[in-house]
Write a protein that binds this ligand. Structure first.
Ligand SMILES: Cc1cc2nc3c(=O)[nH]c(=O)nc-3n(C[C@H](O)[C@H](O)[C@H](O)COP(=O)(O)O)c2cc1C
Length: 198
C-alpha cells in the first residue's frame, strides 16, 4: 500500500496539522502490509507561485517548450505521478486566515492540468485521475465546521473532485487555539474519531 502524505503546516513538526497527519499515516500503516509512505512537505519544499509563467508553461505544447517551461512541467508531472501512484492520500489542512495555506494552493495549481488530470466534455468537466481515499485533517484554531467561515473544505472537495478524487474524508480538529482544555478536548475527540476515520 502506498500512502502519499501531504503536509502544509508552516511550523513544520510544531504544526498541529503535521502532527495529526502523522497519526493518520501511522494508523493507516498499522492496518496494511508493505506500506510505502511518500512525504511531501509543501512548507519546506515550496512550489512556484501560480503566475503567468507557470500557467503558460502548463498550457504549452511539448515541442515548443523553453527550458524554464520544461522545468515547470516536469515538476507538475512529478506531483501528478505522486498522486497517481498512491493508494491513499493524507492531507494536512491547517486554516490560515480562513483559507488553505498558499503552498497548498500552489500544489493544486500544479495538479490541475487540462488533458492530464481533467478534461471538459459536453456534459461538463471530467476528472481523469483514478479515485482513491483522501483523508483530510482540517486543523483550526477556532470552530468553523459547517459555517460560512469554512470555505476551506468546500474548496478541497471541489478541486479534488474536479481532478477525479471524489472519495474525500474529512476529520475536523477545531478549537486548537481556544485554551488548553478546549485543545485537549479536541485532540482527545480526534483520537476517538481516528479509530473509525482511518
Ligand atoms: C498566520 C495564522 C493564521 C491563522 N488563521 C486562522 C483562522 O483564520 N482561523 C482559525 O480558526 N485559526 C487560524 N489559525 C490557527 C491555526 O488554524 C491553528 O494553529 C491550527 O493548529 C492549524 O495550524 P498548524 O497546523 O500550523 O498548527 C491561524 C494560525 C496562524 C499561524
Amino acid at each position: 500500500m502506498k500512502i502519499l502524505s501531504i503536509q502544509s503546516g508552516i511550523f513544520g513538526d510544531h504544526s498541529n496539522s503535521t502532527q495529526l497527519v502523522k497519526q493518520v499515516v501511522d494508523k493507516l500503516s498499522r492496518e496494511a502490509e508493505n506500506v510505502i509512505v511518500t512525504e511531501r512537505d509543501l512548507s519546506t519544499q515550496p512550489l512556484p507561485y501560480f503566475d503567468a509563467e507557470v500557467a503558460m508553461a502548463l498550457n504549452s505544447d511539448a515541442p515548443n517548450r523553453t527550458a524554464a517551461q520544461q522545468k515547470i512541467v516536469a515538476l507538475s508531472d512529478l506531483l501528478i505521478e505522486e498522486v497517481k501512484e498512491a493508494d491513499a492520500i493524507v492531507l494536512g489542512l491547517p486554516m490560515y486566515n480562513f483559507g488553505i495555506p498558499a503552498q497548498m494552493k500552489s500544489w493544486f495549481d500544479l495538479l490541475a492540468r487540462a488533458g492530464v488530470t481533467f478534461t471538459y466534455t459536453e456534459q461538463g468537466p471530467k476528472g481523469l485521475l483514478a479515485d482513491k481515499p483522501v483523508y483530510v485533517v482540517a486543523a483550526r484554531g477556532g470552530v468553523h465546521q459547517g459555517q460560512p467561515s469554512d470555505s476551506q473544505t468546500p474548496f478541497i472537495r471541489t478541486i479534488l473532485g474536479f481532478i477525479g478524487l471524489q472519495d474525500v474524508r474529512i476529520v475536523y480538529v477545531e478549537g486548537l487555539n481556544m485554551g488548553d482544555s478546549a485543545k485537549a478536548e479536541s485532540l482527545s475527540k480526534f483520537e476517538t474519531e481516528l479509530v473509525e476515520f482511518a
